[in-house]
Design a protein. Structure first.
Length: 312
């Protein structure tokens, strides 16, 4: 039984060495007596026991490698701390096994050196604004250098770009000055627009007032002209009627009577409104006659008394 057990275990061990199942996500590199034989793809395979062995196993899925932070100097001599992620995939198991000792470490180191070189070509502001082009440049350079390693660099992503504290403080001051500048420009534009609108309003107001005054004068002139025309027509008609009346019998007497009535009416108005004594010329002559008579009478009555005093 002991011998049969040993034989059974030996047969199982031989079968274990003879058969190989490669998972779907991997490729295996086979060496025969220390020399590369072939690359086994996913599936079931037979090996020669004690002659063939699995030297390397590679994952064919996309891998993500973390690129640690490193110090970089930009084109304008600004110190930056930059880290990122590199995405790669094994394309050739033989080259990944024999082309380089450790393709993962080599890819990370190559990403760091390429990143330092590419950032040195850009200014500080360009590293933030042109991050996509920077990633593409790093991927292109890494992929070109890693082609003999049997891997494919799919993409590179910069995670953080961190300037030094002094640079951050300077950038904050610059941003504050820029915001203040934009605020002052906005206020100046607002004041300019307000002054323009105010001047346009005053101009329009002056135009409206002048147009109103002009129209007012035109209307007054038209009204005055129409009034003069109506009065002139009325006077012409009145004169025509007067002339016709004077041509009839008794027209002169009627005219004289009308003039006397108007004269008396106007004199009465003057006497009522005047602050001094106003009388017609004929009445003034009559008043002067009576005053002269009074002076003569007083003179005549005073002469006898004067003669008697002289006699005495």
């Amino acid at each position: 039984m002991f011998f049969l057990t040993i034989v059974f275990l030996f047969v199982v061990f031989i079968l274990f060495k003879l058969m190989l199942i490669v998972p779907m996500r991997e490729v295996h590199v086979i060496e025969r007596l220390g020399k590369f034989k072939k690359v086994l793809q996913p599936g079931f395979h037979f090996l020669v026991p004690f002659v063939d062995r699995v030297a390397y196993r590679h994952d064919t899925r996309e891998e993500v490698l973390d690129v640690p932070p490193q110090s970089c100097i930009s084109k304008d001599n600004t110190q930056l701390e930059v880290d990122g992620l590199v995405y790669l995939k094994v394309m050739d198991g033989k080259l990944a096994s024999y082309g380089i000792e450790n393709y993962r470490r080599a890819a990370v180191n190559l990403a760091q050196t390429t990143m330092r070189s590419e950032i040195g070509k850009l200014t500080l502001s360009e590293t933030f604004s042109e991050r996509d082009s920077l990633n593409e440049s790093i991927v292109r350079e890494i992929d070109k250098a890693s082609d003999p390693w049997g891997i494919k660099v799919l993409r590179y992503e910069i995670k953080n770009i961190t300037p030094s504290r002094h640079v951050i403080h300077t950038l904050e001051k610059q941003m504050e000055a820029e915001r203040q500048k934009r605020a002052e420009i906005t206020l100046a534009n607002a004041e300019k627009a307000a002054m323009i609108n105010l001047s346009q309003g005053e101009r329009q107001e002056a135009i409206n007032l002048s147009e109103g005054q002009k129209q007012k004068r035109i209307n007054e002139a038209k009204g005055t002209g129409q009034e003069i025309s109506i009065i002139a027509n009325a006077k012409a008609q009145a004169m025509e009627m007067i002339c016709q009346s004077l041509a009839n019998n008794g027209g002169n007497d009627a005219m004289n009577m009308l003039l006397k009535e108007q004269f008396i009416e106007q004199v009465g108005k003057i006497l009522n409104e005047a602050q001094v004594s106003v009388v017609p010329a004929e009445m003034a002559k009559l008043e002067g006659f009576f005053e002269g008579m009074e002076q003569v009478t007083s003179t005549v009555s005073g002469q006898p008394g004067s003669a008697a005093k002289g006699a005495r």
